[in-house]
Design a binder for this molecule. Structure first.
Ligand code: PLP
Length: 427
């Protein structure tokens, strides 16, 4: 595969190279298992001494096509597709963090990730300290413990829409010798490539822009191959793995150690794999991702500008607007666009917000972002409902906040619909 390809070409041609007479399009290999003629060869597969698929929980040709494409586009060394974005985050953390250990996370996370870190990981003995994204480097370092194994952040916080200060967070991670894990769901590699800014691991909810058509739930972990796992802090990657008859991941697989371990140990044991059909849809979605994400970004910026001057709107948050606190960071890290999600406050508070959402005709009230179709949601009563008021505030969620995922319909139709729903909201 040509490493010189531009992102748009990688999105279409990357990840799958048919040989003579093979299908032009990445096929859906809807098979749980794969036939072999030699028991000795199969033993080699199990010992990871020969490449090949043997059971779809561990790997599958369709998932592999998707994994290779996203890895190429992110500039990583390998990827592991998962059954959901939540599974990707869970595996990304558990791969290097166990009971008695600790994680630092930005406080402005997607509600599901926040719940995982605040409630479920602690039940498994992993403690998470949340830090405001604008905390100083010294403050972040002050939260470190001898047991801290990673930093977890989002490129664009959901729904705070704060843009990650990669320079600050990656410098802290480097100095403290832990990997920086970044959820890159909102920008996708088309708008931001976190490995170029010091991240070490990227996770995605493929459910969002990668699919792009609201058909499938899925996720993916991408390994930047740029972290030194032999620094003495990660024995699970350098010491023999008793569950894999003494395999030493770092010594055997070099800069693929992290992603190989995630697959052969954690995916083997936890089983959160995608279906081949969903992997096919993610791969298909990625073919048009560069086109779609640009249109999402352009539409969102136009709608944000419209809302900013609307008399019934009290505030608008979109990193592409000069008024946004993250605007300078957006210009630095998201020069092509700030993706398709914006939030705003409506005059009349919660009641007007409810009326607004129910009055939209083209924009649909659904729990989703990143769909080709525009959609709207009230996070405080839905995605972030299980958080306390204080946790909601730390995540950037307020009672009057309405989140709009701007689709790729014609911008005039989106603005007309939002305008009429705003007018109706005050009645
Ligand atoms: N990360 C972000 C930024 C998200 O917005 C979401 C879901 O909304 C997730 C992760 C979780 O992904 P999934 O719903 O695919 O499990």
């Amino acid at each position: 595969m040509d490493k010189q390809w531009q992102l748009e070409t990688q999105a279409i041609q990357g990840g799958y190279e048919p040989r003579n007479g093979e299908p032009r399009i990445l096929p859906i290999v809807q098979s749980t298992t794969f036939k072999y003629e030699s028991a000795d060869f199969m033993a080699k597969l199990f010992d990871l001494e020969a490449p090949g698929h043997f059971y779809t929980r561990l790997s599958n040709p369709t998932s592999e096509g998707f994994e290779k494409k996203i890895s190429l586009m992110e500039g990583g060394v390998g990827a592991l597709a998962t059954s959901s974005g939540q599974a990707a985050t869970t595996l990304a953390v558990l791969n290097i963090c166990q009971a008695g250990q600790h994680l630092i996370a930005a406080s402005t996370l997607y509600g599901g990730t926040f719940s995982l870190f605040a409630n479920t990981l602690p039940k498994m003995g992993i403690e998470v300290t949340f830090v405001a994204p604008d905390a100083s480097a010294a403050e972040i370092k002050g939260k470190f413990r001898p047991t801290t194994r990673a930093i977890f952040t989002e490129t664009i916080g959901n729904p705070g829409l704060n843009v990650l200060d990669f320079a600050k967070w990656s410098a802290v991670a480097r100095e403290m010798q832990v990997p920086l894990i970044v959820d890159n769901t909102f920008p996708t590699p088309c708008l931001c490539r976190p490995f170029e800014h010091g991240a070490n691991i990227v996770v995605h909810s493929a459910t969002k822009y990668i699919d792009g058509h609201a058909t499938s739930v899925g996720g993916v972990i991408v390994d930047g191959g740029n972290f030194d796992w032999s620094n003495g802090r990660f024995p699970e990657l350098t010491e023999p793995d008793a569950s894999y008859h003494g395999l030493q991941y770092h010594q055997t697989f070099g800069n693929l150690a992290y992603i190989v371990k995630a697959r052969v140990q954690l995916m083997r044991d936890l089983g959160t794999c995608p279906s081949p059909f969903n992997a096919f849809l993610f791969n298909l979605g990625m073919e048009t991702l560069p086109l779609r994400i640009q249109r999402h970004s352009d539409n969102a910026l136009q709608l944000a500008r419209f809302l900013e001057q609307h008399p019934l709107v009290s505030w608008v948050s979109y990193p592409g607007l000069p008024s946004h606190p993250s605007h300078a960071l957006a210009q630095k890290y998201l020069p092509k666009g700030a993706s398709g999600v914006l939030t705003f406050g409506i005059k009349g508070g919660g009641a007007a917000g409810k009326k607004f959402m129910e009055s939209c005709r083209l924009v649909a009230l659904v729990v989703h972002v990143g769909d080709a179709r525009s959609c709207v949601l009230h996070p405080a009563s839905t995605t972030h409902r299980q958080l306390s008021e204080e946790q909601q505030r730390a995540s950037g969620v307020t009672a009057d906040l309405i989140r709009l995922s701007v689709g790729i319909e014609h911008i005039d139709d989106i603005i007309r619909d939002v305008d009429q729903a705003l007018a109706t909201s005050q009645g």
